[in-house]
Design a protein around this ligand. Structure first.
Ligand SMILES: NC(=O)c1ccc[n+]([C@@H]2O[C@H](COP(=O)([O-])OP(=O)(O)OC[C@H]3O[C@@H](n4cnc5c(N)ncnc54)[C@H](OP(=O)(O)O)[C@@H]3O)[C@@H](O)[C@H]2O)c1
Length: 425
């Protein structure tokens, strides 16, 4: 008789003859992510304990749930909690309903896992405080870079988490759109429709295009890494909808790319942050992150750390959520920020700028450079193409750029547009 095949080391039943007790999960929401969690829980063989979804809270119990039909559905949260789940997984999307339901679970000392970035950006610290007071696990790994597990790692490593600045591509939809504009020459509307066709953008992509989704994630990262508590509305947030294909071509001529960037920095001058399309030299790590990929650079006193991977999608998100579920049942601490600073004022940074000026009859480039110079805006690269001129400037404030563009369009009819340029001088 041949020897039995060696089974996967992660199969816990290998070590014990007693069948492991399943971890029971109550889902708040059974949409795209909730259904993926249910499917993955049913099919996963890597978990040390079986994972069993005991029910889901929904708005409409009659609606078909492809791939998750077997999950009992209810509109009554008391009925769901009466099934005594080991962990509650919140994948509702709604902010206020999610907040109330999570508070209810934590007050009963039932561990909670959430993927809800809008909720965590606004009420994350409040919920974390409740989790700490009640000694209940509360995890939110999938709320930022959903398929890249890194938040939990840093909660347990206070020295590595001394972050002074972080920048990232926190939204896959807009990174896909800008990458496609460069690769295909198609416009913003066309590439956004393409992203929707491929399932990379929501039917309503406005939260992504406007930058609000990335601002939520930046606010979560800011308090998680101890840079301070910041309302998402306080962050300068610019959408990618002002970018056209000529900008993408001009960026290429300047040996760079336009990426949807989010950045926060703490220095002697205070805390500055922004979210928006930004010019990056091709050599920048973030410039090399293409398509729907997300990435994050953490600047710590021990060096720069770089993470990248899928930032959304049912399978990566469900995988991260279920790992959080397993962690939460191990009596793990809530994800906790390492060095909280409380509410901090945040302003826009002074950076270099990528400027575009267009007009039927633009003055010669050196006249424009001279005019901007009289406002203290000095350019080191210029490109004239068709009816436009593009400039890369040395660092200055947004106020100064806006004042100069306003004065220029009063002096000579033209349209000005400015995005940040993250260029080291
Ligand atoms: N999509 C991604 O790739 C991704 C990645 C990371 C994080 N997330 C986060 O995951 C969460 C869920 O996203 P999703 O794409 O799965 O959303 P979704 O498809 O819209 O699903 C939401 C689910 O929640 C239920 N629901 C909403 N409000 C409710 C309420 N007040 N009471 C009871 N049930 C309610 C809905 O019930 P009905 O079905 O009956 O309407 C639906 O089943 C969001 O917070 C999102 O930000 C998503």
């Amino acid at each position: 008789m041949s020897a039995p095949a060696i089974t996967a080391v992660r199969d816990a039943s290998h070590y014990s003859t007693a069948p492991a007790r399943p971890i029971t999960i109550a889902l708040l929401g059974l949409g795209r992510i909730g259904s993926a969690v249910a499917r993955r829980a049913r099919e996963d063989r890597a978990s040390p304990q079986p994972l069993r979804v005991v029910g889901a809270l929904v708005r409409d119990v009659t609606m078909a749930r492809p791939g998750a039909e077997e999950i009992p559905r209810t509109t009554d949260v008391a009925e769901l909690f009466a099934r005594r789940p080991d962990v509650v997984v919140e994948v509702l999307g709604d902010i206020e309903a999610a907040r109330t339901l999570i508070r209810g679970a934590l007050e009963r000392r039932v561990p909670v896992v959430t993927a809800n970035k809008a909720l965590m950006a606004r009420h994350g610290e409040e919920l974390l405080g409740l989790a700490i007071r009640t000694g209940t696990a509360f995890r939110y790994e999938a709320s930022v870079l959903a398929g890249v597990p890194f938040l939990g790692t840093f909660s347990a490593r206070p020295l590595a988490s001394r972050v002074t600045a972080l920048s990232g591509i926190l939204n896959g939809t807009t990174n896909f759109v800008l990458s496609q504009m460069r690769d295909t020459g198609a416009g913003l509307v066309e590439t956004t429709l393409d992203a929707q066709r491929r399932g990379f953008a929501e039917p309503d992509p406005s939260q992504d295009i406007s930058g609000n989704d990335a601002a939520h994630k930046l606010a979560i990262l800011a308090w998680h890494f101890g840079l301070g508590s910041i309302a998402p509305e306080a962050i300068e947030t610019i959408g990618i909808d002002g970018i056209d294909t000529d900008d993408v071509t001009a960026a290429d001529q300047f040996a760079g790319v336009i990426r949807p960037v989010a950045r926060i920095e703490q220095s002697g001058e205070g805390t500055t942050a922004f979210v928006g399309p930004a010019f990056l030299p091709r050599t920048d790590r973030l410039a090399q992150v293409d398509g729907v990929e997300n990435a994050l650079v953490l600047e710590t006193d021990a060096g720069r750390l770089f993470f990248s991977g899928p930032g959304a999608g049912p399978i990566p998100t469900a995988t991260t959520i279920l790992d959080d579920v397993i962690e939460a049942t191990r009596g793990g601490q809530p994800h906790a920020p390492v060095n909280r600073r409380g509410r901090v004022p945040v302003g826009p940074p002074a950076t270099s700028w990528f400027l575009r000026l267009t007009a039927r009859r633009l003055p010669p480039g050196d006249e424009i450079v001279g005019f901007l110079g009289s406002y203290g805006i000095w350019s080191h690269r210029t490109l004239t193409r068709g009816q436009g001129i593009w400039l890369l400037t040395y660092p200055c404030t947004r106020d100064r750029v806006e004042m100069a563009l306003c004065a220029l369009s009063a002096a000579t009819p033209c349209d000005g547009y400015a995005i940040r340029a993250l260029v080291e001088h």
